[in-house]
Design a protein around this ligand. Structure first.
Ligand code: NAG
Ligand code: NAG
Ligand code: NAG
Length: 138
Protein backbone atom coordinates (compact mmCIF):
# COMPACT_ATOMS: atom_id res chain seq x y z
CA UNK A 1 0.00 0.00 0.00
CA UNK A 2 2.62 2.45 1.15
CA UNK A 3 5.00 1.24 -1.55
CA UNK A 4 2.56 1.73 -4.40
CA UNK A 5 1.71 5.23 -3.18
CA UNK A 6 5.36 6.21 -3.26
CA UNK A 7 5.75 4.78 -6.75
CA UNK A 8 2.79 6.70 -8.07
CA UNK A 9 4.04 9.92 -6.59
CA UNK A 10 7.42 9.39 -8.19
CA UNK A 11 5.95 8.60 -11.55
CA UNK A 12 4.08 11.85 -11.88
CA UNK A 13 5.91 14.31 -9.69
CA UNK A 14 7.05 16.45 -12.60
CA UNK A 15 3.53 17.02 -13.91
CA UNK A 16 2.13 18.17 -10.58
CA UNK A 17 -0.91 20.38 -10.89
CA UNK A 18 -2.92 21.13 -7.78
CA UNK A 19 -6.35 19.61 -8.24
CA UNK A 20 -9.24 21.79 -7.22
CA UNK A 21 -12.64 20.20 -6.83
CA UNK A 22 -15.74 22.11 -6.06
CA UNK A 23 -19.37 21.09 -6.15
CA UNK A 24 -20.67 22.65 -2.98
CA UNK A 25 -22.95 25.62 -2.87
CA UNK A 26 -21.45 28.99 -2.03
CA UNK A 27 -22.64 28.64 1.54
CA UNK A 28 -19.93 26.03 2.01
CA UNK A 29 -17.00 28.27 1.34
CA UNK A 30 -15.07 31.05 2.99
CA UNK A 31 -15.59 30.08 6.60
CA UNK A 32 -12.79 32.45 7.59
CA UNK A 33 -14.97 35.42 6.67
CA UNK A 34 -17.10 34.69 9.74
CA UNK A 35 -14.68 32.79 12.00
CA UNK A 36 -11.65 33.95 13.97
CA UNK A 37 -8.90 32.34 16.04
CA UNK A 38 -8.28 29.63 13.46
CA UNK A 39 -6.24 26.80 14.93
CA UNK A 40 -5.19 23.21 14.25
CA UNK A 41 -5.78 20.53 16.89
CA UNK A 42 -4.97 16.81 17.12
CA UNK A 43 -1.64 16.89 15.26
CA UNK A 44 -3.20 18.94 12.49
CA UNK A 45 -6.18 16.68 11.82
CA UNK A 46 -8.79 19.02 13.27
CA UNK A 47 -9.64 22.60 12.38
CA UNK A 48 -10.90 24.76 15.22
CA UNK A 49 -12.23 28.30 15.08
CA UNK A 50 -14.51 30.72 16.86
CA UNK A 51 -17.40 31.08 14.42
CA UNK A 52 -20.30 33.49 14.42
CA UNK A 53 -23.72 31.86 14.65
CA UNK A 54 -26.91 33.23 13.08
CA UNK A 55 -27.47 35.37 16.17
CA UNK A 56 -23.98 36.89 15.79
CA UNK A 57 -22.68 35.02 18.79
CA UNK A 58 -19.16 33.55 18.61
CA UNK A 59 -19.01 29.80 19.27
CA UNK A 60 -15.91 27.61 19.18
CA UNK A 61 -16.40 24.97 16.53
CA UNK A 62 -14.25 22.13 15.22
CA UNK A 63 -14.11 20.17 12.00
CA UNK A 64 -12.28 16.93 11.31
CA UNK A 65 -10.16 17.78 8.27
CA UNK A 66 -8.98 14.20 7.74
CA UNK A 67 -12.56 13.34 6.69
CA UNK A 68 -12.30 15.51 3.61
CA UNK A 69 -8.66 16.32 2.97
CA UNK A 70 -6.24 13.83 1.52
CA UNK A 71 -3.15 13.80 -0.61
CA UNK A 72 -3.47 13.41 -4.36
CA UNK A 73 -1.39 10.32 -5.10
CA UNK A 74 -0.45 11.58 -8.54
CA UNK A 75 0.81 15.01 -7.54
CA UNK A 76 1.63 14.51 -3.84
CA UNK A 77 -0.37 17.68 -3.17
CA UNK A 78 -3.00 18.15 -0.48
CA UNK A 79 -6.40 17.72 -2.09
CA UNK A 80 -10.09 17.44 -1.24
CA UNK A 81 -11.09 13.81 -0.99
CA UNK A 82 -13.62 11.81 1.01
CA UNK A 83 -11.92 10.11 3.98
CA UNK A 84 -8.67 11.40 2.55
CA UNK A 85 -6.74 11.05 5.82
CA UNK A 86 -4.02 13.45 4.75
CA UNK A 87 -2.20 13.03 8.06
CA UNK A 88 -1.21 9.52 6.96
CA UNK A 89 0.99 11.12 4.30
CA UNK A 90 1.61 14.64 5.54
CA UNK A 91 2.93 16.07 8.79
CA UNK A 92 4.07 19.29 10.43
CA UNK A 93 0.88 20.99 9.34
CA UNK A 94 0.28 24.65 10.13
CA UNK A 95 -2.33 27.23 9.22
CA UNK A 96 -1.38 30.42 7.42
CA UNK A 97 -4.55 32.42 7.25
CA UNK A 98 -7.13 29.94 5.95
CA UNK A 99 -4.52 27.79 4.18
CA UNK A 100 -3.35 24.46 5.48
CA UNK A 101 0.38 23.97 4.95
CA UNK A 102 1.97 20.54 5.41
CA UNK A 103 5.09 18.62 4.56
CA UNK A 104 3.96 15.59 2.56
CA UNK A 105 5.61 12.37 1.48
CA UNK A 106 7.07 13.09 -1.94
CA UNK A 107 8.43 9.64 -2.68
CA UNK A 108 12.11 9.25 -3.46
CA UNK A 109 12.49 12.98 -4.07
CA UNK A 110 11.91 13.53 -0.36
CA UNK A 111 9.53 15.66 1.65
CA UNK A 112 7.34 17.96 -0.37
CA UNK A 113 5.56 21.04 0.99
CA UNK A 114 1.97 21.46 -0.07
CA UNK A 115 -0.88 23.78 0.85
CA UNK A 116 -4.64 23.88 0.45
CA UNK A 117 -6.94 26.85 1.02
CA UNK A 118 -9.63 25.52 3.36
CA UNK A 119 -11.92 28.37 2.32
CA UNK A 120 -12.49 26.52 -0.97
CA UNK A 121 -14.86 24.01 0.64
CA UNK A 122 -15.41 24.80 4.29
CA UNK A 123 -18.17 27.10 5.36
CA UNK A 124 -19.74 28.34 8.55
CA UNK A 125 -23.43 27.57 8.95
CA UNK A 126 -24.78 28.91 12.20
CA UNK A 127 -21.42 28.27 13.88
CA UNK A 128 -21.21 24.72 12.53
CA UNK A 129 -17.96 24.45 10.61
CA UNK A 130 -18.22 22.51 7.38
CA UNK A 131 -21.33 20.62 8.44
CA UNK A 132 -22.05 19.72 4.83
CA UNK A 133 -18.42 18.76 4.59
CA UNK A 134 -19.04 15.77 6.85
CA UNK A 135 -20.88 14.28 3.88
CA UNK A 136 -17.92 15.20 1.72
CA UNK A 137 -19.73 15.49 -1.62
CA UNK A 138 -16.62 15.97 -3.71
C1 NAG B 1 8.79 18.32 11.24
O1 NAG B 1 9.26 19.33 12.13
C2 NAG B 1 10.25 18.83 13.00
C3 NAG B 1 10.57 19.94 13.99
O2 NAG B 1 10.74 21.16 13.34
C4 NAG B 1 11.46 18.40 12.18
O3 NAG B 1 12.46 17.87 13.03
C5 NAG B 1 11.04 17.31 11.19
O4 NAG B 1 12.12 16.98 10.35
C6 NAG B 1 9.89 17.81 10.34
N1 NAG B 1 9.38 16.71 9.51
C7 NAG B 1 9.22 16.84 8.19
C8 NAG B 1 8.68 15.64 7.50
O5 NAG B 1 9.49 17.89 7.61
C1 NAG C 1 8.84 23.12 4.03
O1 NAG C 1 8.45 24.24 4.79
C2 NAG C 1 9.16 24.35 6.01
C3 NAG C 1 8.52 25.46 6.83
O2 NAG C 1 8.27 26.59 6.03
C4 NAG C 1 10.62 24.62 5.69
O3 NAG C 1 11.37 24.73 6.87
C5 NAG C 1 11.14 23.43 4.89
O4 NAG C 1 12.48 23.68 4.49
C6 NAG C 1 10.30 23.18 3.66
N1 NAG C 1 10.69 21.91 3.06
C7 NAG C 1 10.78 21.72 1.75
C8 NAG C 1 11.11 20.35 1.28
O5 NAG C 1 10.58 22.63 0.94
C1 NAG D 1 -28.33 30.31 9.38
O1 NAG D 1 -28.31 31.30 8.36
C2 NAG D 1 -28.06 30.78 7.06
C3 NAG D 1 -27.89 31.95 6.11
O2 NAG D 1 -28.97 32.83 6.25
C4 NAG D 1 -29.18 29.85 6.67
O3 NAG D 1 -28.97 29.33 5.38
C5 NAG D 1 -29.26 28.72 7.67
O4 NAG D 1 -30.35 27.89 7.38
C6 NAG D 1 -29.40 29.26 9.10
N1 NAG D 1 -29.28 28.14 10.02
C7 NAG D 1 -30.08 27.99 11.06
C8 NAG D 1 -29.87 26.77 11.89
O5 NAG D 1 -30.96 28.80 11.35
Amino acid sequence: MRFSLVSLCLATLTTATPASKTGLTDQWKDFSNTCTDLTLLNDGRTLGAACTDNQSKGIFSTFELALCVGMDYKTCELDWSYLGKFTNYCSNCTLKGSSLHCTCDGGRSGPHNSSLDLNQNIGNDDALLGERGVLCPY
